[in-house]
Design a protein around this ligand. Structure first.
Ligand code: TRP
Length: 443
């Protein structure tokens, strides 16, 4: 569809796909959802869903992209016929919907990074709660939103190899390095074990708690970033011989490792800084208000400055490499459907994203509501994708993988899992998530 654009190398693709997966979901989302309770049961459910559902689904999504060579808007129709056209629209709707508030969260991270560098973080608890309202409303929030959207648009406009691959090739290794340094630092602090105990504390009854199940599903889908065509859009530029299952395993492993290591930074930090009571309610702002204030506290000095700068720089890099994959969905769809140039498609997409994001930029409660609804739609879209590739056109799934020399055993195993394990589990998960979403609905 887009001429001869291709990834420079398979590693380039894997890093870009891992860049898409590793983002605010791992840092902000993991801390936000895990702090709502569940502990080790949440972590276990999350890992089980990633392996049994998200991994086969990610393979299916990559196959659909490479096999059709079309954008997310057109690929479902191309593969499954006219009846599947609405799925393309759902991909588009949900990716722009998620991006619209993702950019706002990214703005909070950018503002906090700037304040960390300047040494302007809140010093006590009252200041901390005022601090979060000051960055999440009004002009500050809008400025963060516009700036983040401009950077994301700039990278996507520069193209697959010149923008996306170039950024993720240095951004991802840098991010891993920073994260490991922070996790090591945290592990040497005296109260770190309290943080680990909270994150991994075992309570078997939580395994059947609807809130924990719903949170684990949302976290798994959002963090891997599968179900709405973001990785599909990247897979169009894959070499026809690249080993899709192995690449999917690499992406899922990197993402899960980063999620867990990030938890081993945020939870010990909360314990080290004695902020447990502030985190109890597990609000959207946890990451952006409690941690900065703790790090700015009098006991931290230069170490606090360094840790907060590193931590928020890491979050910002992770957010850009994810936001670009979400933006690639409308951009490639506009290019594919109406033949726009890449730069025109970027302009149109970022204007729409900015407008849709305004309510979230002004009101954090709207953002929380949008996140909850978009997550439910993400899982719905994932279920439809599993049905399309597993049940409606399984021969495409098989042929495409056979052509790239994946062993028969692996292909059949993946297809069987997609049909008989992933599809039923997503159906159950979606029921729980929808039930929770409606129950918590606030007007
Ligand atoms: N996975 C990213 C994160 O954890 C966000 C993201 C990127 C995403 N692409 C996606 C979420 C596609 C859902 C669908 O922050």
């Amino acid at each position: 569809m887009t001429g001869k654009e291709r990834w420079g190398s398979n590693l380039g693709f894997v890093l870009a796909a891992a860049g898409s997966a590793v983002g605010l979901g791992n840092l902000w989302g993991f801390a936000y959802r895990a702090s709502q309770g569940g502990g080790g049961a949440f972590v276990l459910l999350y890992i089980a869903i990633v392996l049994l559902v998200c991994l086969p689904l990610l393979v299916a999504e990559m196959v659909l992209g490479r096999n059709t060579g079309n954008s997310p808007l057109i690929a479902p129709r191309r593969a499954g016929g006219k009846a599947w056209a609405p799925l393309g629209w759902l991909f588009l709707l949900v990716s722009v919907g998620i991006l619209s508030y993702y950019i706002v969260l990214m703005g909070y991270a950018g503002t906090t990074l700037l304040k960390s560098v300047l040494g302007n973080l809140p010093l006590d608890k009252t200041e901390a709660s005022n601090y979060f309202s000051s960055i999440s409303t009004g002009e500050v929030s809008l400025r963060g939103q516009m700036f983040s959207l401009a950077i994301t648009g700039g990278v996507v406009a520069a193209g697959i190899r010149g923008g996306i691959e170039r950024l993720t090739k240095w951004g991802m290794p840098l991010l891993f390095l920073m994260l490991i340094c922070l996790a090591l630092w945290a592990s040497f602090q005296p109260n770190a074990h309290e943080g680990y105990a909270f994150l991994f504390g075992w309570d078997a009854s939580k395994l059947t708690d609807p809130e924990t199940i719903s949170n684990a599903f949302k976290q798994a889908f959002f963090s891997i970033g599968t179900g709405i065509g973001a990785i599909l859009a990247y897979s169009v530029y894959l070499d026809s011989r690249s080993a899709i299952p192995e690449e999917a395993v690499a992406v899922v492993t990197l993402d899960t490792a980063v999620g867990l290591i990030a938890g081993c930074v945020t939870f010990p930090l909360v314990a080290i800084l004695g902020l447990g009571d502030l985190v109890g309610e597990g609000s959207i702002g946890t990451l952006f208000s409690t941690l900065p204030h703790g790090l700015a506290g009098p006991s931290m000095n230069l170490t606090g400055w360094l840790v907060s700068v590193l931590f928020f720089a890491l979050i910002y890099i992770a957010a850009i490499t994810s936001a670009i994959s979400l933006l690639e969905v409308p951009v490639s769809s506009l290019m594919d459907q109406i033949g726009l140039s890449r730069s025109k498609a970027v302009w149109i997409s970022i204007v729409i994203t900015a407008l849709l994001g305004l309510p979230s930029a002004i009101d954090v409660n709207f953002l929380a509501q949008a996140d909850s609804i978009m997550n439910a739609l993400l899982i719905t879209s994932g279920l439809l994708l599993a049905i399309l590739m597993g049940w409606s056109v399984p021969s495409r799934f098989k042929n495409e993988l056979e052509d790239s020399k994946t062993s028969k055993l692996k292909i059949n195993g993946l297809l069987w899992t997609l049909r008989w394990i992933s599809t039923p589990i997503i159906t159950i998960g979606l029921t729980v998530v929808l039930e929770e979403t409606f129950r918590n609905w606030q007007f």
